[in-house]
Write a protein that binds this ligand. Sequence first.
Ligand code: ADP
Length: 449
Amino acid sequence: MWLSVALAAAVGLAFAGASLASGGFGWRDVAGVAVLVAAASVAEAFPVPIEGVAVGAMSLATIFLVAGATIYGWAAGAVAGFLAMVLVEVGRRRPFSRIAFNCGVYVLAGMSAGGAAADLHSGTLPQLVLGAIAAAIAFYLVNITLLAAVVSRSRGLPFVPSFRNYVHLTLVPFTIMASLAVILVVLWDRSPFVAVVLVGPLLATAFYQRWIHGALDRLREFDRLKDEFIAIVSHELRTPLTSVYGAAVTLRQQAIDEEQRSALLDIVSTEAARLARLLDDVLWVSRLDSGRAKAFITKVEPLPLATTVVEATRTHLPPALSVELRHDPAPPAVAADPDKLRQVLVNLIENAVKYSGEGRIEVGLHRRNGKMRFSVRDQGPGIPPNQRERIFEKFYRLDPNMTLGVGGTGLGLYICRELVEAMEGQIWVDSVPGEGTTFSFELPIAASS
Ligand code: ADP
């Protein structure tokens, strides 16, 4: 398909070249075509997304190419179509067949437009307008017929529904572009310099459309995040609630011994703690997103704080895990917000517990490069190199379908990074897949007073 379009266009271009070379084309005409080709290339390079009308982005190049073909004839139309497309497509490094097809479409469309307007461009004003309208329609029909043909061919669909679909999606923007092409032709006929007045409204329309499209894209993204948030949080709420409910129902039965009773109470307290952590995460995210998580920096003694967190972890550590705190002899105070610092440590240690399952967890507190470095090292599965940035994104999880049976919201590390950065620190991860992971963050040392 692409080959026949390209061949037909090549033959057309050859005739067009011959026709132009045979004379009648002055330097003013060459300059006029060059300006229109430049405008069409810019329009082609920066297509305008049209909200709710077209699926992809529309190029306004049609306006300039139709005007060029109406004013300067079919041969100029073919050459202008070719140049406008080839400049942009080669710049985009598209595959050859695609470049050949797209250029072919514009050459054939440009020729048809010029042909449809023939003999009218030297006539009266109404004739000129009619010529431009005929040119626009011809350009449009050739363009969408070929596009629909190639799309229906490649997807194995019948041609007529594809064509109808294209018309449905592009008719409104096309009508507007056709009117603009007519205006351009009429102005250009007066003087190409007068036509410059179209630049302002065209640029304004293009920028405004792009801006609207960007704003709506952001809204759609918010909406998607909200849905994801609700889905994840409700799923994460349900799991511990089911366990607590199950344990409570069993506890009500009289016939359980002391050992079972204490195991069930363990479940209730661990799952309740999990619920509390989840709600903490959600609250932190809401505070961070609404800018209410300002850090109140004071002087914080890191050793007592880390010791409390490590001791608290020990109380509910699975039997296959151990946790240790290693630190410099007398770690200096850091400039931090104590609540936020505690939250970051809790999140990192909880992750180490959750994802490593067995082995040793080492919490470190060392002075490095004039800062205080906190680290949490585990002997878990590790994190592949290409995921080490992404895990800090909101909702990002390595195992979203929980094939390994470990639940989570993907919020913990996002919160850690935001909190550490709010305290003027930095957080990062080092990991050897299969051997373990070390999360580290550095905070400034408090000025001694
Ligand atoms: P959550 O734990 O709720 O899924 P986090 O933001 O805390 O969310 O972590 C994001 C992802 O990073 C986790 O889903 C997990 O895949 C990975 N991850 C975090 N900590 C570790 C760790 N210590 N070892 C291995 N993978 C980890």
